[in-house]
Design a protein around this ligand. Structure first.
Ligand SMILES: *Cc1c(COP(=O)(O)O)cnc(C)c1O
Length: 432
């Protein structure tokens, strides 16, 4: 299977280049050359398949022939070590995507990408150096995914004093092949250092550098798995699902469209954003206006120019009318987010995180879309990750999560550094 650039379909590369490079030189995004449905006989038998088996079949179809089967099985089984339970809450289902190591759905992508990269570089004598700049969350998921993968060293840059104490522990307590650098500056300084490293001739020739950013095709593949996992858990003879996806960069929902192309029965998608509503506006007006993001309570979705829109254009077509055939958009204010968290807690004893609450509210606003279907909300993070917002909404302490509590006793290992490229470069060259 080849992967093409959304900017130029004739630019095609194999899986290794697509994953290790991350981004094509023309600034497009990689897409699988073909997206063919698995046969209906497969789906008839898929309802009772163990999750890793289902994930393997979907992955095999998305990267056809790129990794020999026994090895692919090992990669998927290592990545697929946590489940996505479907729970009924009131009149709908909630798919809990927060049972991975950092309690958010991005763990699926990070764990699979880490295992796949580990396999792609097998036998190289040189280590692969992954550089990540993070404003908090992504870095933790990447660290958890890559921890202990042989042949790979991860260097995480984050702004000193600008991530929460909990996030800092998720970045700095690993040891082993994960190193954290606290930059005396802001997130943009971290990102600038990483970008400059990729452009530096000496670093490029003497180290094997790669990134682990969220637009890597390897992170999208496992984001198709849990749509099928949700369907597996619906009752016998259930109507087809309508998925509500809290969205920022639209990578999660792109995984859902992949699953639908593979033949999963999906009636429709509802993309729920916060006030950063570029895509709902495009669906409403037909014109796409990227703009700077504004800060909200569901901050992992504060995106003003969602990168995966390029992929959705390739999948769904160029116009809002084409998108409208399978997708509805909606945007939700912070006030409605808080009120929804409160309401769902009172009525159902279920604590949503702010991102899930955005989705819940959108489902309330668009009942006609899922009336007669199985309405499924993707809950993208554990509420304990957003304890301040939860406390603001519920007027009581947020639920805790064991894995976050246990971080509190661990020792922080970080290197402090000024945002100076020569210092960073010397560090990379000295610590091979
Ligand atoms: C990243 C993130 C989202 C948005 O997902 P996209 O793939 O960017 O649309 C939603 N919720 C949480 C908790 C996230 O971390």
């Amino acid at each position: 299977m080849n992967f093409y650039s959304t900017n130029d379909a004739s630019h095609q590369v194999g899986l290794a280049e697509a994953v290790l490079r991350g981004l094509p030189a023309d600034n497009g995004l990689y897409m699988p050359e073909t997206l063919e449905a698995l046969p209906s006989s497969f789906w008839r038998g898929a309802k009772d398949m163990p999750f890793p088996e289902l994930a393997l079949a979907m992955t095999r179809q998305l990267i056809k022939g790129s990794v020999p089967d026994p090895e692919l099985r090992e990669i998927v089984e290592r990545a697929c070590v946590f489940d996505a339970p479907l729970v009924q809450v009131g009149d709908r289902y909630v798919l809990e995507l927060f049972h991975g190591p950092t309690l958010a759905f991005k763990d699926f992508g990070a764990c699979f990408m880490a295992q796949l990269m580990g396999w792609l570089i097998r036998g190289n004598d040189q280590k692969l150096r992954i550089l990540v700049a993070t404003s908090g969350d992504t870095g933790g998921a990447v660290a958890a995914g890559f921890f202990g993968v042989p042949g790979i060293e991860v260097t995480i840059l984050y702004p000193e004093g600008k991530v929460s104490p909990l996030q800092e522990r998720q970045l700095t307590t690993w040891g082993g092949n994960i190193r954290a650098i606290a930059i005396n500056g802001v997130f943009d300084d971290c990102q600038a250092l990483v970008k400059q490293a990729f452009l530096d001739e000496q670093l490029r020739t003497s180290l094997q550098l790669s990134s682990a950013n969220s637009i890597n095709i390897a992170r999208l593949i496992p984001q198709s798995w849990y749509y099928a996992r949700a369907w597996q858990q619906l009752p016998e003879h259930s109507a087809a699902p309508v998925f509500c996806v809290p969205s920022g960069n639209f990578g999660n929902i792109t995984g859902g469209v992949f699953a639908q192309r593979l033949g999963l029965p999906v009636h429709r998608f509802l993309a729920a954003t916060n006030t950063n509503d570029v895509v709902p506006e495009f669906l409403r007006t037909g014109s796409y206006r990227a703009r700077p993001s504004v800060a909200t309570l569901s901050n992992a979705m504060d995106v003003g120019n969602p990168s995966n829109v390029a992929r959705l254009h390739n999948l769904l077509g160029p116009s809002a009318d084409a998108w409208d055939r399978i997708l509805t958009g909606d945007s939700v204010s912070d006030d409605d987010t808080l009120a929804t968290m409160q309401l769902v807690w009172k009525q159902h004893d279920y604590c949503l995180d702010p991102h899930g609450a955005v989705g819940w509210h959108s489902m309330d606003q668009h009942r006609d879309l899922w009336d007669g279907y199985a309405g499924i909300l993707l809950e993208t993070a554990h509420p304990a990750k957003f304890a301040e917002v939860v406390e603001q909404a519920l007027k009581q302490p947020a639920p805790t999560a064991e894995s976050l509590e246990s971080l509190k006793g661990l020792e922080v290992h970080k290197i402090n550094m000024d945002p100076d490229f020569e210092t960073f470069k010397a560090f990379l060259l000295d610590n091979r």
